[in-house]
Design a protein around this ligand. Sequence first.
Ligand code: XLS
Ligand code: NI
Ligand code: NI
Length: 444
Amino acid sequence: MATNGNKEFFSGIKPIKYNPQASVDDLLVFKQYNQDEIILGKPMHEWLRFAVCFWHTFRGLGADMFGSPTLDRPWDHQSDPMTIAKDRLRAAFEFFTKLGVKYFTFHDRDIAPEGETIEETEKNLDEIVQLAKQLQKETGIKCLWGTANLFSHPRYMNGAATNPDAHVFAYAAAQVKKAMEVTHELGGENYVFWGGREGYISLLNTDVRKELDHLAAFFRMAIEHKKKIGFKGQLLIEPKPKEPTKHQYDYDAQTVMGFLSYYGLDKDFKLNIEPNHTTMAGHAYEHDVEMCSRYGMLGSIDSNTGDSSLGWDTDQFPMNLRDCAFLMRTIITQGGLAPGGLNFDCKVRRESTNLQDMFIAHIGAMDCFALALRKMARLFEDKKYDALVKQRYASYDDTDMGKKIANGKATFEELHAFAKKNGEPAKTSGEQEKYEAIFNRYLD
Ligand code: XLS
Ligand code: NI
Ligand code: NI
């Protein structure tokens, strides 16, 4: 293939096609995802702006806290780190192309090795970015977002922008400056901040207010730099409550929105929601997606899932129709996710050691979202479900007293008089089971 120079890394695999008639055990085909099929006035690929993430899919080797890597990848077989980085990138573009996704996402350190000095690191990165640009041109694959890894290197053990040492803060700023510039160079449509170590382990050694002030200062500099370099992409913050840090400041969607408003940053940022993080914060899978969408703050989704019997970030491929349907309902309601997308921040299990498992995982998740889109398009089109929800709030639209409350014109005195005059409100059933049962009918 042209993208690989002379090498083909997935030689047994042909470009994945749509075939609704495929048999159940033919897994290298889409049964639902038909990229150009029009649903609710837009082709499927516009509703489902899928991206493959570089870190799990091309750097993840299956190591965990108790065990060594299990995944042997053919692009890792060279000895020189820069040769490996290039092979890996070529393998990635072959994968994106054969899979038929239009986007990828990356951290600076995933694609190029860190050197001894900032100069050396930036030189490595620039060299790889040139190759990425060339591969993008050859294949038409685009960059959904870039980000900086501010959590792996020991220098960031006490945080990056919330580090008590200003020198580390400066180092993180230097790294983000460059990461934003290369994301811009690759035509990235967004730039993500995930604060893996922006938080604390113990309040006894932490000045939380100072750290949050510094974090806001860091984001202000990012906004300024974005303008300076002419980067038009959307800045995104990805909430997560914990892991690796005990407490992360970007705890969940509402916490981040509150933080952004408090520091006056809410016009320049949106959120990148990862449902596995949402469930770690103790919320339902779809909670954060819906919560920030309602405030016009949903920018993108790291579409993965956890395991409900485990409490950590297992980053599994989303294969559950109900979960994907909830997300698609919100995405349809807000009219799409662009310039964000559905980024598979997911890794195959360390036991899934076949190269082919990488394809099966992505295809399965893409098909699950495509099916969810079809189902939720029905729900959206026939309007019955949303009308029922609206009806629950009708008293705020139809009565003078309700309208006054909704418009912010009512006073406690008035409402006191109203309550006295009208007595006990009628008991109204919440009908949860009815909603659950109707929702299930759309999943038929
Ligand atoms: C980790 C995060 C990370 C971000 C990018 O839990 O999900 O992968 O998406 O830094
Ligand atoms: Ni993520
Ligand atoms: Ni995560």
